[in-house]
Design a protein around this ligand. Structure first.
Ligand code: VG1
Ligand code: CO
Length: 543
């Protein structure tokens, strides 16, 4: 055996954020940096020894090198078998599905999701447990603790494995299966959705564009939308995964998916525009002259679940992250479904899904998913909308406006202030926390502040408590303002401000979102002292 024990020193910054460890590529390239973190995972996830591990990434810069290192470290740490995507590629949802299907003990996914890639971009690594979902906080905390103590790691001395073809290899007794990253996932989608019905709308001339943003979903979308469902060639744009995402920001929102937004504006025959992010777990849904907010999308999916073959037997319940709008709560209330509110991050849905308490869940940050896997799933959401369009024979805009007419409309927007100095960001949150007690009951124009708190979540399944998950201002009319700091940024701090207002009267639904929220946006600045503390007069990104 050619196991090497390599001496190393701990790095102080290996604390995983909202979804895994995310840092600049240059940080990951420092000697032993990746190795230390991977060994810390193996030191904590002792259940992996003698078992199967799923491995893959979103194809960003440093993905190929990192895959080879992890394979050699897995072999040196007693892993029996690794399922690795061809060329080291796997989308996050496909990795989650593979873990579950193959009874793997866990998975390692290489991605910094929607963050830019390339030599000057970001890299990331996350660990998923045997249920296919992101590891819980207790696990990531333990990995961080292990990383502060580490002084050596184990690795096999061996040549790199050829990952270009579907094949099997033996590495010092560890079996390596290079698998097709797309097929199992495509099969699963065909089980959930009515592919015949969706094919029929394409046959009858329905047109759409899916922007893969030069990230991981290109091959998945080409196989599913064009090859299996018969959408015209050219439906998938930017479909070839590139290590720097073509210099773009693979974040499917109205700012970064500009090309798609313009395509819909200039071509009135396109009935749907959709996009996904770096690792394939996010989704953007556009119709002609309509952007479906992710919060509305979750509500609409919940209201229409019965139209989708995979959910015809009904929903167990639904959940949303705290900053996500209450649109789904309104639907759940009317349909008599349980509805849970969790902290930001998909890992908080895991227990609810495993315990059979929910079927659908979603986040305002372009994430939707169901109990078919334990991650959010970009293409799943796109197929859901296609299936809905095919069943209802209505446009995206019609589906949305009819939903609002029935359930009311939740005007919703997120304002991001990026790369602000961390001390300023912390000062802003601290002064808000300190002001909570005096804010309650105050009037701001027509708005009366009913309740305000720092969101604290008690998991209904295991009783674990997660504190300080965002400052909530809850107004008497149901409007909300939420402030929280991002856990996925890699430069300074990002402040996210979420603003929401409910309007039940369909006669008043034509308003522009920012206009409808203007007064609350002012209140958010006034109460949070955003411009005073950060020196910024406007957010960097508005969604
Ligand atoms: C953001 C989103 C959050 C999401 C997380 C990971 O986190 O707000 O809802 O779960 O990204 O998504 P934060 O802490 O920056 O607000 V992904 O697609 O980057 O895995
Ligand atoms: Co992502």
């Amino acid at each position: 055996m050619s196991i090497q024990i390599v001496n190393s020193q701990p790095y102080p910054d290996q604390q995983p954020g909202t979804s895994g460890l995310r840092k600049k590529v240059t940080r990951f390239q420092q000697s032993h940096y990746l190795q230390n973190f991977v060994q810390s995972i193996f030191n904590v996830a002792t259940e992996l020894a003698g078992q199967t591990l799923v491995l893959g990434g979103d194809g960003r810069f440093f993905n190929p090198q990192a895959i080879q290192v992890i394979l050699k470290m897995a072999a040196a740490n007693g892993i029996a078998r690794v399922l690795v995507g061809q060329l080291g590629l796997l989308s996050t949802p496909a990795a989650s599905a593979l873990i579950r299907k193959n009874n793997a003990a866990g998975g390692i996914i290489l991605s910094a999701s929607h963050n830019p890639g390339g030599p000057d971009g970001d890299f990331g690594i996350k660990f998923n447990t045997a249920n296919g979902g992101p590891a819980p906080t207790s696990f990531t905390d333990a990995v961080f603790q292990a990383s502060t103590r580490i002084h050596q790691y184990r690795i096999i001395e061996s040549d790199d494995i050829d990952l270009s073809a579907i094949s099997s290899h033996d590495m010092e007794g560890m079996q390596i299966e290079v698998i097709d990253p797309v097929q199992d996932y495509a099969e699963m989608m065909a089980q959930i959705f009515d592919f015949d019905k969706i094919s029929s709308i394409f046959k009858n001339g329905f047109r759409m564009r899916f922007d893969a943003m030069h990230a991981i979903t290109g091959p998945y979308a080409i196989e599913i939308l064009q090859n299996r469902l018969g959408a015209e060639n050219g439906t998938v744009i930017n479909g070839i995964p590139l290590e720097d995402f073509g210099g773009c920001h693979p974040d499917p929102n109205l700012v970064h998916a500009r090309e798609l937004v313009e395509l819909l504006q200039t071509d009135p025959t396109l009935g749907l525009g959709a996009a996904s992010d770096g690792d394939g777990d996010r989704n953007l849904i556009l119709g002609q002259a309509v952007f479906v907010t992710p919060s509305d999308s979750l509500a609409i999916m919940t209201a229409n679940a019965g139209l989708i073959p995979g959910y015809q037997s009904g929903l167990k319940g639904v959940a949303r992250s705290m900053p996500t709008s209450a649109a789904v709560d309104t639907v759940a209330g009317q349909l008599g479904l349980a509805c849970y509110e969790t902290p930001t991050g998909w890992k908080f849905f895991g227990n609810l899904l495993d315990a059979g308490k929910i079927t659908f869940c979603g986040e305002e940050s372009f994430g939707s998913g169901s109990d078919h896997i334990r991650e959010k799933d970009g293409l799943w959401a796109v197929l859901f909308w296609l299936n809905l369009i095919a069943e209802k024979q209505q446009s995206v805009a019609d589906i949305v406006t009819r939903h609002w007419a029935r359930f009311g409309r939740h005007y919703y927007s997120r304002h991001d202030y990026e790369a602000i100095a961390s001390d300023k960001a912390n000062q802003l949150m601290d002064q808000l926390r300190a002001a909570l007690a005096t804010l309650k009951g105050q009037h701001f124009g027509d708005y009366r502040l009913n309740q305000c708190d720092d969101f604290c979540y008690t998991d209904p399944v295991d009783g674990s408590v997660t504190e300080q998950q965002g400052i909530r201002l809850l107004f008497a009319d149901g409007s909300r303002i939420v402030y929280r700091l991002s856990g996925t940024g890699t430069v300074g701090s990002t402040l996210r401000v979420y603003i929401e207002k409910y309007q039940s009267d369909p006669a008043l639904h034509s308003q522009d979102t920012q206009l409808a929220l203007a007064e609350l946006i002012d209140i958010a600045d006034q109460v949070g002292h955003i411009s005073v503390i950060t020196g910024r007069s406007a957010p960097d990104v508005i969604t």
